[in-house]
Structure formats: structure tokens, C-alpha cells
Ligand binder design. Structure first.
Ligand code: PLP
Length: 373
């Protein structure tokens, strides 16, 4: 099987299994207890936090460990809500774990702005500028789109924030960027940044939220006061340590070059009329492919039978018809219905890419023949 749905999830590094055993069966102690063994576990978590701050390029702040990026995004947004005549700003390209929170806030009577996307899939900066003002409490805009790979310019958004609403909180969903594309939060006006382990070959069930200023956030759960009182509950120690292992094993720049090369090999093999790569010029990890005259869903199932797994966009929303993000960029319903998402990982081989492209071409030709008969 050739797995081309790595934006949905990734295969875990086997080295994480050893870490899981170590922190579940040997160093299984509760990091909040006072025994020396517990304090050692707490120290390991603190060191992991420091490592992650370094990887984020953050010169100040903390990292909270959560159960998934959906939780990180919910904590970032709901923990930033305040009473009063305040406004909340989101892009139309957000993952459901942000977008649906924003929709709920709107239903509850909050002033919520959804900023549309430009043709390249990034947030329209002019439209963003037009909604920011001194009442803006929160801006939540993702770093890399999970649907198109489009990369938002955090520097430009930071400049707009500093100019128009310096007191606002800027949250970034960085799930498809962290440990995939090189970046640094240093010098940016980012206050909160979400990321997830299972997208970078770590385990499922553990994620992070970078918090620049602990006082800007309110906790969602009341409890034992773990993690600076912002995320009560005993930490998923084994998950955190496995996440750390995955981060330690990744070389972001080397992987990026590998993925660029894999993508080039894959795309060059798709030379069949009717197959079109929709390249948004963003992260090389993600692209969309349009199959003229054939439904993406039909292609997805036929490809799986032939040993290639692709995606239909965000795993959380892919069972729903349509694609809100491609629609916002301006694609027709017909184009959207014929589109699948392909996403790579750096540990795949050139041969796998050539073979996957060949299978995709053959599968498409077969289905097309049947459809037009
Ligand atoms: N944000 C983005 C951009 C994603 O791609 C995903 C996963 O698809 C999430 C958030 C949610 O991540 P998790 O599965 O860790 O909740």
C-alpha cells in the first residue's frame, strides 16, 4: 500500500514504541506527585517543553500538552473569549476544529468575521485589514492549509495586528507546518500556536499549544491545576515523550527537500489528459488533483483497491459533501467533486512515487473509459 494521505495522519516512528514502554511500564510515575521518581518525570516533561519552544523559535512563553490539536484549538479560542463588545476574526480556510468553534460563537451572538481566501488559498490580506480594529479580541488564522498546502504569511498578519489591534490575541493553527516547513515565531506577533503529534510520525492522542503569555488564556477544565493551571489533568507522559522522540528524529530542512523531490517525481508521472495537479505554490507536502469527468470519491475507492490511499480533504469533514475551502477559493462544485487531496511524507521512496502515479493514471483511464462508454 502506498499511503498518500499524510496530512490526515502519518505512520508512527517505530522508535516511539520503546519510549511508550519506558514511560508506561518503567517510569510510569505521576508527574504531579512529590516522590523523586515523579519529580524526574516532571523534569522530563519540562525539558520537552523547552525543546519544543526551541523548535518553534519562541524566545518566551510555554507549551501546554493537550490530547489533540482539536483540543489545542478549542482551548486557544474559547480560552480567549471575554465579555463585552469584542470581535473575533477567522479565515474561511480554517480546519473544522477552528471553523466550527467560530460558527458556534456566532450562533451564541458573538461578533465573528470570516475573512475570505485569495485565489492562491491564503487569507485575503486586504479583506483581513478591513475587519481588524481596536475591538478585535482574537485573530485565528492557520499557518499551512490542510486542504491546499497554502502558506499564510504570519509576518504580514503580525504587522497588520500590531498596527490595527495590538491588544488582540493572535492564534495560529500550525498543525500542517510544525516540523514540516522551516519557520520561527521569533519577531512575530503570534500569541498561541497549535500543533499535533500524529501529523509528524508521533502517536495519536497528544498535541501542543504554545502560549506566549499565560495570563492571556483562561482554562477550559477545572481540576488539579496541572500545566500552569491552564490544562488540568494528569499529563499523557508517554504520549508527550513519544512526541518528543518524533520531533528529535525529524530534520525539517532535509525532509522538505526530500518531499519536494518526491512530489516532482509523482507529478511528472501524472501525464494523462484529464488529470490536473492543482498547485497552490505552498507546502510541498500537500496538493490537490482534479480528475476531469470522474468523482474524486470514485477515484479514492478505486485507488484504494489498487493499493494507493489518497484523501478527500480534512479527515474530520471528508464524509460531508463538498469542500468549503475550495469553494471559497472559487472552484466550481463540479471541479470540487472531481478533486482528491494527495499528501506526502519524507520517508517515502522515489519508486513508490513513480508507481503511485502510474496506478493513478491507469485507474483514471479505466474509469474514464467505462464512464464514457
Ligand atoms: N488543524 C489542522 C490544520 C489539521 O490538519 C488537523 C487534522 O486534520 C487538526 C487541526 C486537528 O488535529 P487533531 O487530529 O490532532 O485533533
Amino acid at each position: 500500500m502506498i499511503f498518500l494521505d499524510n496530512a490526515g495522519t502519518t505512520k508512527m516512528f517505530e522508535q516511539c514504541l520503546e519510549v511508550h514502554k519506558e514511560f508506561s511500564c518503567e517510569d510510569f510515575f505521576n508527574p504531579s506527585a512529590v516522590s523523586i521518581k515523579s519529580m524526574n518525570v516532571f523534569k522530563q516533561i519540562s525539558e520537552t517543553e523547552k525543546l519544543f519552544l526551541k523548535k518553534l523559535g519562541a524566545s518566551e512563553g510555554n507549551v501546554l500538552f493537550t490530547s489533540c490539536a482539536t483540543e489545542s484549538n478549542n482551548l486557544a479560542i474559547k480560552g480567549s473569549l471575554r465579555a463585552g463588545n469584542l470581535e473575533y476574526v477567522f479565515s474561511c480556510g480554517e480546519h473544522p476544529s477552528v471553523y466550527n468553534v467560530a460558527k458556534q460563537m456566532e450562533l451564541e451572538g458573538k461578533i465573528v468575521h470570516f475573512v475570505p481566501l485569495a485565489k492562491d488559498g491564503t487569507v485575503d490580506l486586504q479583506k483581513l485589514e478591513s475587519v481588524l480594529n481596536e475591538r478585535t479580541r482574537l485573530i485565528s488564522i492557520m499557518h499551512v492549509s490542510n486542504e491546499t498546502g497554502a502558506i499564510n504569511d504570519l509576518k504580514k498578519i503580525s504587522t497588520l495586528k500590531n498596527k490595527l489591534c495590538p491588544k488582540a490575541i493572535f492564534h495560529v493553527d500550525g498543525v500542517q507546518a510544525f516540523m514540516k516547513i522551516p519557520f520561527s515565531l521569533r519577531g512575530l506577533a503570534v500569541d498561541l500556536y497549535s500543533f499535533s503529534a500524529h501529523k509528524i510520525h508521533g502517536p495519536k492522542g497528544v498535541a501542543g499549544l504554545y502560549v506566549k503569555n499565560k495570563n492571556s488564556l483562561k482554562e477550559l477544565f477545572q481540576g488539579g491545576g496541572q500545566q500552569y493551571g491552564l490544562r488540568s489533568g494528569t499529563e499523557n507522559v508517554s504520549g508527550i515523550m513519544q512526541f518528543r522522540k518524533a520531533v528529535e528524529l525529524i530534520d525539517v530542512s532535509a525532509n522538505l527537500e526530500k518531499v519536494k523531490n518526491l512530489k516532482a517525481i509523482f507529478n511528472s508521472g501524472l501525464a494523462v489528459p484529464g488529470i490536473e495537479v492543482l498547485d497552490f505554490g505552498g507546502s510541498p507536502y500537500i496538493e490537490c488533483i482534479k480528475f476531469a469527468g470522474v468523482k474524486g470519491e470514485t477515484m479514492l475507492h478505486a485507488l484504494e483497491e489498487n493499493g494507493v490511499v489518497v484523501g478527500l480533504g480534512s479527515a474530520c469533514s471528508s464524509k460531508k459533501a463538498g469542500n468549503r475551502i475550495l469553494e471559497n477559493i472559487g472552484f466550481s462544485k463540479e471541479d470540487i467533486i472531481s478533486t482528491v487531496r494527495v499528501s506526502f511524507n519524507a520517508y517515502q521512496s522515489n519508486e513508490e512515487m513513480s508507481l503511485a502515479a502510474k496506478i493513478i493514471c491507469e485507474t483514471y483511464k479505466n474509469i474514464k473509459e467505462r464512464v464514457t462508454k
